[in-house]
Design a protein around this ligand. Structure first.
Ligand code: FES
Ligand code: FES
Length: 159
């Protein structure tokens, strides 16, 4: 059946089964391939998008559950001030290695900094714990989050 969903500020109508995961809708129906399929089970974070600003695993959300919520994907996150800063910090720190997990990492980091503009190490650990990186870019991710938050890593004494 048709579902009308708000994605990156635009209403899109998709005619799919209601139990189709949002990730499938994004990638296979709407051709928004920035959000990645990793585990398909809610464990890796590669599929992370924002639902009304909160980081969610799109592989675990049926499209029928989205309703009127605003979805933001990696293709649209740069439209916000925080998303722009996070992306700039990611480039400046040269975070990615293979890159596969990075869209999800940026989405979780952006949601974190929107709610907690100057996060502690514990805040960062808590927010990013569900985003795995096979290339172990964790130190650079932490550095980029701090850079986007305007926290000096020297003053903080740790990455
Ligand atoms: S693909 Fe969604 S959490 Fe791994
Ligand atoms: S950069 Fe390769 S999985 Fe994270």
């Amino acid at each position: 059946m048709p579902y009308s969903i708000l994605i990156n500020g635009a209403k899109r109508t998709v005619d799919v089964d209601g139990d189709m995961p949002l990730l499938w809708v994004l990638r296979d129906v709407l051709d928004l391939k920035g959000s990645k399929f990793g585990c398909g089970a809610g464990f890796c974070g590669a599929c992370t998008v924002h639902l009304d600003g909160a980081a969610i695993r799109s592989c675990q959300m049926p499209v029928s559950a989205v309703g009127d919520a605003a979805i933001t994907t990696i293709e649209g996150v740069g439209a916000s001030e925080v998303g722009k800063r996070v992306q700039a910090a990611w480039i400046a720190v040269d975070v990615p290695q293979c890159g596969y997990c990075q869209a999800g990492q940026i989405m979780s980091a952006s949601a974190l900094l929107t709610g907690t503009p100057r996060p502690s190490d514990t805040d960062i650990d808590d927010a990013m714990a569900g985003n795995l990186c096979r290339c172990c870019t964790y130190l650079r991710i932490r550095q980029a989050i701090k850079q986007a938050a305007g926290i000096s890593t020297e003053a903080a004494g740790s990455l």
